[in-house]
Design a binder for this molecule. Structure first.
Ligand code: AGP
Length: 610
């Protein structure tokens, strides 16, 4: 996500803000900017690219002033560019703000503000808040911010400043972190502890809906009713490195834990009325376009390909449209049979994977409409596709993809049920149930995350082997492939995923006494068959870790260890829960083997060579 830093006190703000931005760089970003409250103006400098470019731009004579705020942007609305970088201003140059998050109703607000005479210059949703603050300003910045945030729906962590109120900054949060560091006769604001800890360990963590008025010598925190709250600051004991990782030892574990929030971002503005309505108007499909889709190709690499495999089961089951899933590097060279009325979906976290990009280009050259599911605004895939569905997972730093995968799955579910809604392919009541299940999924993910401690024991056994199998049928097989990939890439254990029914056609020869086999037996329709496959393995001495669902207790006596997923959800949604213990399994196995979890050998986050 984006990063925010603010300062007010007796020192020059600029060097402190720049230092703070450097501290936030590890999160990933595409542009940077600062605003400093000068003697008679708000001086703004911003740039596309790195903080070092910003420093070059500011030059030797940096802006002078004792208060200000800075921002690192990870693009959401509008490509990375200087104009879209933060701080964003209102019509006059006197109001500015930096913002993390997404404003869902920015388009309607923008239209209304334009009708009131406001002029917009950027493509961002953030600019709307700057104009709202200007619109409601009656001589008190705090009140105008409080008024403005009442009008917006979505998520935000923000700092606002006004030229004529140099002695104060106003900040607010909803659904995203924002904290204030107390430093005596100076105060600091940031979205991230890592940027505050070099200055202070006394921290106020704002709660949802709260606003704060921050001066050099005082911090006043207000609740949603604008009443002042009395709250003591917390004493933080983390070091900077663990603060960057949210207190976790590795980015991978942090990103696994971020999945509920990532899903909430993916569904924001798309699942309405508690899930009863799916709105993907952003894709701008004409009704007849949706109606005539007669075939779908899904093209991707690695983890994104595995998400595509789940998508295939789903789209075919719900829409009854044939779906082919291709590894991007194969798609390109197999002369695929693309025909009119085919929709090509490419999936890529980074949006820069060379094989996926080449496949996208081939499809477009052949006249196909390409829909991209990606996490990175402004990426090549996002720019070249006809339609883009952003996953909004936030930057993923660990090489092993976790939250990006889950949000890709979630996006495919949203897309499938949206197409079903528009094609009339499902009964209204069934569609509502599906939407509600998706809406409640982040809570269910949280419950699985809370059971993390069930995994290290299994991982400890696994870590002593050089080879392991993952088996499953149907949707379970698609998840098994992802579980095996995760394990091999970070623990260096040779892990093979097999369609459970295929084992007896060859790989069963490799089952020896004690070999670990991760068996996914979640899908009820194939339970009997999965059980037979588990028995085949047990009969040959395999050590079976089973992932099943509540109600399948009969399996327990057949296996060596069992993890139950909740029975509250329909089978079709369970891949989104089943993958989580497998992510933990790979993680704890890699840790037990002393592997460099976040940066496995020979791999990079974004593979830009074919
Ligand atoms: C996942 O853990 C991998 N690191 C890798 O398979 C990755 O998913 C693949 O390289 C595709 O990347 P993309 O989603 O950025 O296109």
């Amino acid at each position: 996500m984006c990063g925010i830093i603010g300062y007010i006190g007796g020192k020059q703000a600029y060097p402190i803000l720049i230092e703070g931005l450097h501290k936030l760089e590890y999160k990933g970003y595409d542009s940077a900017g600062i605003a400093v409250q000068g003697p008679d103006s708000l001086k703004i400098i911003k740039t596309k690219g790195k903080v070092s470019h910003l420093e070059e731009k500011a030059g030797e004579g940096f802006p002078v002033g004792f208060a200000g705020f800075g921002h690192l942007r990870w693009a959401t609305h509008g490509a990375p560019s200087e104009i879209n970088a933060h701080p964003q201003k209102a019509c006059s140059d006197d109001f500015a703000l930096v913002h993390n998050g997404i404003i869902e109703n920015y388009l309607s607000l923008r239209r209304w503000l334009e009708s009131e005479g406001h002029r917009f210059v950027s493509e961002t949703d953030t600019e709307v808040i700057a104009h709202l603050i200007e619109h409601y300003y009656r001589g008190d910045l705090l009140e105008s911010v409080q008024e403005a945030i009442k009008k917006v729906t979505g998520s935000f962590a923000l700092i606002a400043g006004y030229r004529d109120e140099k002695d104060r900054l106003v900040c607010a949060r909803k659904d995203l972190p924002l904290m204030i560091g107390l430093g005596g006769e100076e105060n600091f604001i940031s979205s991230d502890l890592a940027a505050l800890l070099p200055h202070t360990r006394k921290i106020h963590i704002l709660e949802d809906g709260e606003t704060a008025l921050v001066t050099a010598s005082a911090v006043k925190i207000y609740n949603t009713d604008c009443t002042v709250l009395q709250r003591k600051a917390q004493e933080i004991t983390w070091d900077v490195t663990s603060a960057e990782k949210g207190g976790y030892e590795h980015f991978m574990r942090k990103e696994i834990m971020e999945q509920p929030q990532a899903l909430r971002e993916t569904m924001r503005g798309r699942l309405l009325e508690g899930g009863r309505k799916i709105n993907l108007a952003e894709l701008d499909f004409a009704p007849e376009e949706i109606e005539k889709i007669s075939k779908i190709f899904i093209v991707a690499c690695g983890t994104a390909y595995h998400a595509g495999l789940v998508g295939k089961y789903l789209l075919e089951k719900i829409l009854r449209i044939p779906v082919e899933v291709d590894v991007a590097s194969e798609f390109r060279y197999r002369d695929p049979l693309l025909c009119a009325d085919t929709l090509v979906i490419v999936i890529s976290q980074s949006g820069e994977t060379a094989d996926t990009l080449a496949a996208l280009r081939l499809a477009r050259e052949r006249g196909q409409q390409v829909l991209a599911i990606t996490n990175v605004v402004g990426s090549s895939v996002a720019r070249e596709a006809d339609k883009v569905f952003f996953t909004w997972a936030g930057p993923e730093i660990a090489v092993a993809s976790t939250k990006a995968y889950l949000t890709q799955l979630f996006s495919l579910y949203l897309l499938t049920f949206y197409l079903a809604q528009e094609r009339g392919a499902m009964e209204q009541i069934e569609l509502q149930k599906a939407g509600e299940a998706l809406y409640n999924l982040p809570d269910q993910v949280e419950e699985i995350l809370n059971r993390e401690k069930e995994i290290p024991g299994i991982a400890s056994y696994l870590s002593r082997w050089e080879s392991a199998f993952f088996i499953g049928r149907n949707l379970d097989f698609a998840v098994a492939l992802e579980g095996a990939l995760k394990l091999k890439e970070i623990s260096y254990i040779h892990a093979e995923a097999y369609a459970a029914g295929e084992l007896k056609h060859g790989a069963l020869a490799l089952i020896v006494e004690g070999i670990p086999v991760v068996a996914l037996a979640i899908q009820e329709t194939v339970l009997e068959k999965s059980l037979s496959n588990i028995k085949e393995i047990k009969a040959r001495g395999g050590y079976v870790f089973c992932f099943a669902r509540e109600g399948m207790e009969a399996l327990a006596s057949e296996v060596d260890s069992i993890f139950y997923l909740p029975s509250t959800l329909d089978d079709i949604f369970l891949p989104m829960l089943a993958v989580i213990p497998l992510q933990f399994l790979a993680y704890y196995t890699a840790v037990a083997r002393g592997c460099p979890v976040d940066n496995p050998r020979n791999l990079t986050k974004s593979v830009t060579v074919e």
